[in-house]
Design a protein. Structure first.
Length: 275
């Protein structure tokens, strides 16, 4: 079955992998970029099957224009992949107000507005799928990633509620939670706070090592992860979450088990506050 996909951030990372695999199998892709030259090769190779749209997720008005233009280009949208974003790292106190605002405007509000703009088209078509790229950081909080965690936890809560809202219309929502992957995310998708000496040697300072190419020992294969995302669209009902990578699975399950273990003993205290 040939599908039309809208994928944000196709110039690199998972977005690039998705675009390449989808076009190779004969699907149509409307991809967003900030630099058109980054996908010139895909335009040349795939012609009418690939439509390029300029988009910065902090430009809220432009988001709806791009979604509508992608729908008009293809006549329908089958799958919308909210992929574009970046990682911001540093202790909360080290971050500037501008960094905080830009991280949330991009990773959280930009993703929310993209999905909101796409839902009328999917609902009118009687179905479709939304894939929201999150991270194992959407479940696991690490020192030095408080704002990245805030954005990912926020978009996961949004998507989980939206999934229940749009299920009656045949629209599925999947939150993708990859672990570390050998993409260029570590080289261009990471931004850092200026360090404060007060945090030298603290748990939050560990993320400073990522400046030189991302976390060490990354084992995730981005091509396999992209293929798993694509395959998930054929699953019915849509999986609410898709955990990718043994590191992600290990961290997420350990965190959920610890969270439940902390809450279970509070049953009596919780009940004692009932009227």
């Amino acid at each position: 079955m040939t599908r039309t996909w809208l994928v944000t951030g196709v110039s690199s990372g998972f977005g690039r992998q998705l675009a390449e695999q989808l076009l190779a199998r004969g699907d149509r892709v409307a991809g967003t970029v900030r630099r058109p030259e980054a996908v010139a090769d895909l335009v040349e190779a795939h012609g009418d099957a690939f439509s390029v749209h300029l988009l910065d997720l902090t430009d809220t008005d432009r988001i709806r224009e791009v979604v509508d233009a992608a729908h008009a280009w293809a006549g329908r949208l089958d799958v919308v992949v909210s992929n574009a974003g970046y990682g911001l790292f540093g202790a909360a106190e080290e971050l500037t107000d501008e960094q905080v605002r830009h991280q949330l405007d991009t990773n959280l509000l930009g993703s929310i507005q993209l999905i909101r703009a796409a839902l009328p088209h999917l609902r009118a078509a009687g179905g479709g799928r939304v894939l929201q790229l999150s991270s194992s950081a959407g479940q696991v909080a690490w020192p030095g990633s408080s704002l990245y965690n805030a954005a990912k936890w926020g978009i996961e809560g949004f998507c989980e509620a939206v999934a229940a809202e749009v299920a009656p219309f045949g629209v599925g929502v999947t939150i993708v939670e990859p672990g570390g992957a050998r993409t260029d995310f570590g080289h261009g998708g990471l931004r850092f706070a200026d360090p404060l000496a007060a945090y030298d040697g603290s748990p939050a300072a560990a993320v400073r090592a990522f400046r030189d190419g991302g976390p060490p020992g990354v084992v995730g294969d981005p091509a396999r992860m992209a293929a798993a995302m694509i395959a998930s669209v054929d699953q019915h009902p849509a999986p609410l979450r898709l955990v990718l990578g043994t590191d992600a699975w290990t961290a997420v399950t350990a965190t959920l088990e610890a969270r439940l273990a902390a809450v279970l003993p509070q049953r009596e205290v919780a009940a004692s506050t009932d009227a």
